[in-house]
Ligand binder design. Structure first.
Ligand code: 1CP
Length: 354
């Protein structure tokens, strides 16, 4: 059945079928951060690019590293090579990736900082990233016609964590303090991000993305009332805009470490699929979301480093829990850079054997 009006000849691919609620078996498989430093061919291109932002904004190079893991492993999904922080960058916020320090941004903490952002220019500045989407889609058509292209963005809350604190690390005290102390200012940042994120995801769908993912890596930091206000409500707004403006393109929500709040997130945001983090019990999740909402996840990235019998046991237990329902095999968080590439090949073989 044709699934995409812009590509009427394309057969429906396993990944979007699962994400739309079909119990495809064996399940489609891809891995978060599948393009990255565990692959020697990535390290070579990364060295050629020099800095990370240049890599993300040079369509030839970004498309090449997106396709590298597809050539090696034949994954069902190719995730656009970019970063959740490229949206703040496109809105004019200073961003650099310091060696060994991770991302550093010029923090936005007051009304003047908020007013200095230029969301109306974001799509124009993101043009090279959208060009990468077009090139990857064309590359997949030629090289891997069964692999679907996944576009993505960070959730408003998780992106705000980096914008306000100005760095990663996982504590985000400035952001969490601001959300309590000045909910009016923080709410304006979240609203601005929700709109810009929807525009950015729709633009990726128009450029050829066949599924979309919203990374909410730090959702689990919030107490329930704040989770409803800063995670569920803005995600619902993004999902509504995507449904209206990119109909038929499934959206995966990934509220990492949300625990029992996953149930409310699944019921209220309107996302088609839910990413499960490493700590989530897949059987519990299957009872917490609607039967036609796909689940994705959630192998421990450390089991993938370990390999062998431990990897096999963990992977099989997830497959058994998910059999018979819409499911996409993935990790519970990004692949680690010390992962032996041959363990990834063994995992894909195991999943494909059902
Ligand atoms: O030098 C390098 O190669 C930089 C390492 C790297 C890579 C490979 C960064 C810096 N980003 C990426 C790519 C990336 N990031 C992708 C695309 C490729 C793929 O998945 O194969 C995606 C989807 C992301 C998403 C991302 N970036 C998230 C959400 C997922 C997650 O891991 O929780 C987050 C939180 C980021 C921020 C970020 N970018 C980079 C780093 C090191 C970090 C984390 C910083 C921190 O909080 O400590």
């Amino acid at each position: 059945m044709p699934s995409d009006p812009r590509h009427p000849q394309a057969p429906d691919k396993p990944l979007p079928r699962s994400l739309r609620g079909e119990a495809v078996w064996p399940p489609p498989v891809w891995l978060m951060r599948q393009a990255g430093r565990y692959l020697p061919e990535y390290r070579a291109v990364r060295a050629r690019a020099g800095d990370f932002v240049t890599l993300c904004t040079t369509p030839d190079l970004a498309a090449e590293v997106t396709l590298q893991p597809i050539r090696r492993y034949g994954f069902d999904g190719a995730i656009l090579f970019s970063d959740i922080l490229m949206l703040p960058w496109a809105m004019g916020q200073g961003l650099r990736f310091a060696e060994g320090e991770g991302p550093l941004l010029d923090p936005v903490r007051d009304a003047a900082g908020l007013a200095a952002l230029r969301p109306q220019e974001a799509l124009a500045r993101a043009a090279p990233i959208l060009e990468t989407v077009r090139r990857v889609r064309a590359g997949l058509a030629a090289e891997a016609p069964g692999t679907a292209l996944i576009g993505f963005a960070g959730s408003p809350f998780t992106v705000a964590c980096y914008m306000v604190d100005g760095r990663g690390g996982g504590a985000f005290h400035e952001t969490r303090r601001l959300a309590h102390a000045d909910p009016d200012l923080f709410g304006r940042l979240i609203a601005l991000l929700a709109e810009a994120t929807a525009d950015y995801l729709v633009a990726q769908a128009e450029a050829g993305a066949e599924a979309l993912m919203l990374f909410d890596s730090w959702a689990g930091l919030l107490p329930p009332a704040q989770f409803r206000r800063w995670v569920i409500a803005p995600t619902e707004a993004v999902a509504r805009a995507v449904r209206r403006r990119a109909p038929g393109i499934p959206l995966i929500g990934f509220p990492r470490l949300a625990g029992p709040m996953l149930a409310e997130y699944a019921a209220r945001t309107g996302v088609q699929a839910l990413g499960m983090d490493t700590a989530m019990d897949p059987r519990w999740a299957a009872g917490a979301v609607a039967p036609d909402q796909a689940l994705q996840g959630n192998l421990d990235p450390l089991a993938l480093i370990a390999g062998g019998a431990a990897l096999e046991a963990e992977a099989r237990s997830i497959l058994e829990a998910m059999r018979g329902r819409p499911f996409v095999f993935n990790l519970g968080h990004g692949i680690e850079k010390t992962t032996p590439p041959e363990h990834v090949a063994a995992l894909v073989r195991l999943v494909r054997a059902g």
